[in-house]
Design a protein around this ligand. Structure first.
Ligand code: PPE
Length: 311
């Protein structure tokens, strides 16, 4: 049975094209172009409380940069500068008196003309809300059960996989629904050649004989910012890392596996297609990386201070 998702914890206001609008009034027209054709680019960003009691946004500039790259790929012109978007993210958190939360910038084509060829003005909104553990508190500690999807990850020449575009997420939604209906927590999609690609909202890592492996970006996955942070943490800790393609059976035989993303943070995988991974719990390397990551986002790892932007 599918679990009923919890409604999100609302904030007071949402940033919409320069104005702070009450949550209930942040609406668009039903003929909003992006709603019909899936051409909206977005980001998912987290802010965390810091030791001084203030909040900070994790890798804000990298997320904003990716938002602009996604728009660039879609021939979409965001009518703001990157600095204005950075400020909008900080402003909406401040206005909601939040030191911790999830940020969702979204640029979309508004209403006006219709048809695939229409290029309506681009609007930008930044919403924020409190979002707990994406794959459950228990998942974060004990690991989740994953299914290899019957859906294939889309090809980079059908949908530019570097871009974080709403339309891409049909692929993920189908895979996720299939996995949830079958009683799993998450799905992993294989790429066109049958290699492990990524999960519906996370990148994938495995550990074997002390080395960390993750599929290369060139294979048509989203270049996750959490993935990048993990590669850096691992290198700094002297853990060997390899960006390399691997098959689903390699995943079955891994010593450890985990997924990572802004929403999911670092979530261990304890089972794939009913095969236990390692000891069936969070592995030691996963634990080590997860704990450095959680300290880094909360300002407790001075060497990663540059990843944080104060609200
Ligand atoms: N792959 C996909 C397909 C993806 O959606 C995400 C983020 C990642 C990898 C990891 O990227 P990064 O967040 O930069 O480390 N998924 C976002 C949306 C999740 C949702 O359900 O909404 C997120 O984690 O914010």
């Amino acid at each position: 049975m599918q679990k009923k998702p919890e409604p999100i914890r609302k904030a007071d206001v949402i940033w919409m094209d320069g104005k702070l609008v009450p949550w209930a009034d942040a609406k668009v027209h039903v003929l909003t172009h992006s709603l019909h054709y899936g051409v909206a680019v977005f980001e998912g960003i987290r802010a965390y409380p810091q030791p001084d009691g203030r909040g900070a946004v994790f890798r804000l500039r990298e997320h904003v940069r990716r938002l602009f790259e996604s728009a660039h790929i879609c021939l979409m012109e965001i009518p703001y500068t990157k600095e204005q978007v950075v400020e909008a993210c900080r402003e909406v958190l401040r206005a909601n008196k939040m030191t911790e939360g999830y940020l969702r910038p979204l640029a979309y084509h508004s209403d006006g003309a219709m048809g695939v060829g229409a290029v309506n003005p681009v609007k930008l909104t930044v919403a924020t809300w409190y979002w707990g553990a994406y794959l459950g508190e228990e998942g974060l500690k004990k690991g989740i059960r994953v299914k290899i999807s019957s859906y294939t990850r889309m090809h980079m020449n059908s949908d530019p996989t570097r871009a974080k575009v709403t339309g891409h997420y049909l692929n993920g939604v189908l895979a996720k629904r299939e996995a949830l209906v079958a009683g799993y927590d998450e799905a992993i999609l294989l790429d066109q050649q049958g290699f492990v690609g990524e999960a519906t909202g996370e990148n994938v890592f495995v550990v074997r004989d002390g080395t960390l492996y993750t599929p290369p970006v060139a294979g048509g996955i989203l270049e996750g910012i959490t993935r990048d942070s993990i590669l850096k943490i691992a290198k700094d800790k002297g853990i060997p890392v390899e960006e390399r393609r691997f098959s689903r059976d390699y995943l079955y035989c891994a010593d450890e596996a985990f997924m990572c993303g802004t929403a999911a943070e670092i979530t261990p995988v304890r089972e794939v297609d009913d095969r236990r991974i390692g000891a069936g719990e969070m592995g030691p390397l996963t634990k080590e990386i997860q704990s450095v990551f959680f300290r880094a986002v909360r300002g407790q790892e001075p060497r990663y201070a540059e990843w944080l932007t104060t609200i």
